[in-house]
Ligand binder design. Structure first.
Ligand SMILES: [Fe+2]
Length: 250
């Protein structure tokens, strides 16, 4: 038995549907990716939206998000990015299948979602109270395996401009990855491209944005016009393995 998660990230929606950022109409592009998920991905146990759902903190951008997600019945977990409004995100949880929470259990897996948004900063930060909760989950034998979701990246990706916005206290997570074999996977958004690394017993990876893509390992944030937007499909298997794949949408 497996749990199927679809990760969608960095939609960068705006007050107007016409906004073009870095050569891409972000609303159109998000619509294309989400429509592809709706058609091609069946039997999803949940969708996880890992931050930067809005680009401009506007209420309109979140209303568009709800329109884009209206045909999904599976639970949808929202996470905050540096471009998100915590109060607007919270208001969306009035919808029946929309959640904003740190933790959810699926079979023998625990899914832990950190809010890495640091107030008044584009950088990431792990909060003390969430780490206390995370430690409780790590010590709870009900959850045999753990996957962690973040908005910001916990390891340097080789891009100076992006790495300046890394989770400032990421060692509080990487130390735990090395200590606890039950942490099997860590996924994030924010960097607008795919990245992969193995650490301890965990696979670490990022998911491409639904809009513009960054050139990998470039010193500055340079757009790669050839790279397509996409999403990630994740299967959490009962034996603790995790099968995952990025799907690009043309
Ligand atoms: Fe971000």
């Amino acid at each position: 038995m497996s749990t199927k998660i679809i990760q969608i990230t960095d939609l960068h929606l705006n007050k107007s549907k016409d906004v073009v950022s870095n050569g891409v109409n972000t609303h159109e592009s998000a619509n294309k990716v989400i429509e592809s998920i709706r058609i091609n991905e069946k039997d999803n146990d949940c969708l996880i939206l890992s931050g930067d759902l809005s680009n401009d903190y506007s209420i309109e951008s979140y209303n568009y998000l709800m329109q884009l997600l209206k045909d999904f019945e599976a639970p949808i977990y929202l996470m905050s990015g540096n471009h998100d409004s915590p109060s607007h995100l919270k208001a969306l949880t009035n919808n029946k299948n929309i959640f904003l929470k740190n933790f959810q259990c699926f079979n023998n897996w625990g899914v832990f979602m950190f809010n890495t948004k640091k107030e008044n900063s584009p950088n990431g930060l792990l909060k003390k109270e969430e780490l206390v909760y995370f430690d409780e989950v790590l010590l709870n034998t009900l959850y045999e395996y753990i996957i962690v979701f973040l908005h910001h990246h916990p390891v340097p990706i080789g891009s100076a401009s992006m790495d300046s916005m890394i989770i400032e206290n990421a060692e509080l997570l990487t130390d735990r990855i090395m200590k606890y074999d039950k942490i099997k996977a860590v996924s994030w958004g924010h960097i607008h491209n795919e990245f992969n690394l193995n650490m301890g017993s965990a696979k670490l990876f990022s998911t491409p944005s639904t809009c513009y893509q960054a050139k990998e390992k470039s010193k500055n944030f340079i757009i790669d016009p050839e790279a397509l937007p996409g999403y990630r499909r994740i299967f959490l298997n009962d034996d603790g393995s995790c099968d995952t794949e990025v799907i690009r949408v043309s």
